[in-house]
Structure formats: structure tokens, C-alpha cells
Write a protein that binds this ligand. Structure first.
Ligand SMILES: Nc1ncnc2c1ncn2[C@@H]1O[C@H](COP(=O)(O)OP(=O)(O)O)[C@@H](O)[C@H]1O
Ligand SMILES: Cc1ncsc1CCOP(=O)(O)O
Ligand SMILES: [Mg+2]
Length: 258
């Protein structure tokens, strides 16, 4: 396992700024605004579209898709499923954020069903990744009960199953395609005191997955950008409220714009 090299991440960040990928986010009601602002600050373009017919149309133009089950309602499951099918039809990378799988039945069964469509990337905390890989259920909602290292074997296995990239976030982030594993250290624990940091990172993973080149490196670069911005924000912030604002500024500075 190797730490991601800064120059690789910096190159991916520059590529993101050049291409401004359009990211379709079907995400939970808690984090919509924060996710959209975080994508904009980092250099991508967000679009939060949920009507089934509009999702169908939008699939033809979007560069990346995020499916986040944080506030899943059973009536929305077909929309999620068709969006993933359409992404596959148009070879658009899509990211699954399995918020709180394990503790709740509908989302756990539905995320397992989505695995059959081979998400390009899965980003979750250690508890979520362990459950999706088939380990005993744990977790009491969106927060993890495990460390990232404890979920590494599960992440490798899951990445092999989906033939994609799996990201386990935590005190450090682990990014694996089942064969190679990269680590991104640092960041700030204050990110866990702001709701939606993980969800927004999943959207950023979709933006980086839309870039050409090595997807493992690109997705790890999303984690690197978030961690560096988190460190900047922690230096500036008086607490979680100002941390969230400075996190956006930190991302914008990394892409060298204000
Ligand atoms: N203990 C920690 N120290 C530093 N950064 C952390 C820590 N825990 C999580 N993070 C960071 O917070 C962000 C959200 O990750 P995480 O909290 O694991 O996701 P989720 O919100 O889905 O549970 C990631 O950028 C991750 O690196
Ligand atoms: C609190 C909450 N409840 C349902 S979705 C959600 C947001 C979870 O965000 P994150 O996984 O990024 O902490
Ligand atoms: Mg989460």
C-alpha cells in the first residue's frame, strides 16, 4: 500500500478544473446544498435532478452520476436503479454511497441489488463497506463503528466483485481496485462533525472518476483534495460551523481560484 503522491493529485485537480465535469447527484435531502457547493468549489458542475423522466434525459449529457441512499424512500428505488442502468448504457461512471447500510433493511437490500449493476466506485465509511462486502451487520446510522484498516480486506473483496474502485474513509482513506491500494493520510476530524462531508466527498469522487486516465489515481485524488482542504479549514475554523465554510474555500484555493 502506497501513499498517493501529491503531484499526481495536483495534476488530477488541474484536469478537473480544465474539464468541469457535470455531475448528476441523486442524493439525500440533508446534504443537497453542501454537496452542490462543494462540487462547485472543487471545479465540477452539480445538478440535483430526481424526476424519473428528467433523469432519463439527463443521462445523455451528464459526465458522472452519484447515487446516495441517505434518505432513500421505497418509491425512489426504481429511479435510482434506472439511473444506474442508464449510466452503464452511456458508459458514464457512477458512484454508490451506501449511507447507513447494515442497520436498516430497505437500503441494505437495495444497495446489494445495485451491486449487480457494477458501480464504478463505492465510497463509504468502514462499517458501510464491511456490510456491503457481506460481513456481519453493524452500525447505528451514518457514523462508522470500525477503523478504515479494519475494512481493508472487505474493500478489496468488494472492488474485485464490482470490478471497480472502493474507497473507505476514516482517520485515513484507503482506495483500492482490489489489486492496488492507495492511502491518503491527514485531513481533519472536524469533517466528522459536519453532516454531509462523506456524502459530498462521494460526489467529488464521481467528478474525478469522470476524468480520463487511471481511475484509482483519480478517485484517490478526490480524497487527497478533500483531506488537504480539511487541514486548511481546521487551521482557520473556530468549530464545525466555520469549518464547513473554510472547507469550501480550501477546495477553491486548491484549484487556484476564489
Ligand atoms: N478521524 C478522522 N480524522 C481525519 N479525517 C477524517 C476522520 N474521519 C473521517 N475523516 C474524513 O472525513 C471525510 C468524511 O469521511 P467519513 O466520516 O468516513 O464519511 P461518512 O460521513 O460517510 O461517515 C473524509 O474526507 C475522511 O477522510
Ligand atoms: C444525517 C443523515 N441522515 C440521513 S442521510 C444523513 C447525512 C449523512 O451524511 P454523511 O454520511 O456524509 O455524514
Ligand atoms: Mg456517509
Amino acid at each position: 500500500m502506497f501513499e498517493l503522491d501529491a503531484p499526481i493529485a495536483q495534476q488530477a485537480i488541474a484536469q478537473l478544473a480544465d474539464h468541469s465535469p457535470l455531475i448528476h447527484c441523486i442524493t439525500n435531502t440533508v446534504v443537497q446544498n453542501f454537496t452542490a457547493n462543494l462540487l462547485l468549489a472543487a471545479g465540477a458542475l452539480p445538478a440535483m435532478i430526481i424526476d424519473p423522466s428528467e433523469c432519463q434525459e439527463f443521462a445523455q449529457v451528464t459526465d458522472g452520476l452519484l447515487l446516495n441512499v441517505g434518505t432513500l424512500h421505497h418509491q425512489h428505488c426504481p429511479t435510482f436503479f434506472h439511473a444506474a442502468e442508464n449510466a452503464n448504457r452511456y458508459a458514464t461512471p457512477w458512484v454508490l454511497d451506501p449511507v447507513a447500510v447494515g442497520g436498516l433493511t430497505l437500503r441494505t437490500e437495495f444497495c446489494r441489488k445495485l451491486l449487480s449493476l457494477n458501480p464504478s466506485v463505492i465510497r463509504g465509511n468502514a462499517s458501510e463497506i464491511s456490510v456491503l462486502a457481506g460481513e456481519a451487520t453493524s452500525g447505528r446510522g451514518p457514523e462508522t463503528q470500525l477503523s478504515a484498516n479494519q475494512a481493508l480486506d472487505a474493500a478489496r473483496q468488494l472492488a474485485t466483485t464490482i470490478e471497480g474502485v472502493v474507497v473507505v474513509t476514516g482517520e485515513h482513506d484507503l482506495i483500492t481496485d482490489g489489486h492496488r491500494t492507495l492511502k491518503v493520510s491527514g485531513g481533519s476530524v472536524l469533517a466528522t462533525r459536519v453532516t454531509g462531508a462523506g456524502c459530498a466527498l462521494s460526489a467529488l469522487c464521481a467528478a474525478f472518476a469522470a476524468l480520463g486516465g487511471d481511475r484509482l489515481h483519480n478517485v484517490a485524488s478526490a480524497c487527497w483534495m478533500m483531506s488537504r482542504a480539511g487541514e486548511y479549514a481546521a487551521e482557520q475554523a473556530a468549530g464545525p460551523g466555520t469549518f464547513a465554510v473554510h472547507l469550501l474555500d480550501g477546495l477553491a484555493q486548491l484549484r487556484k481560484m476564489r
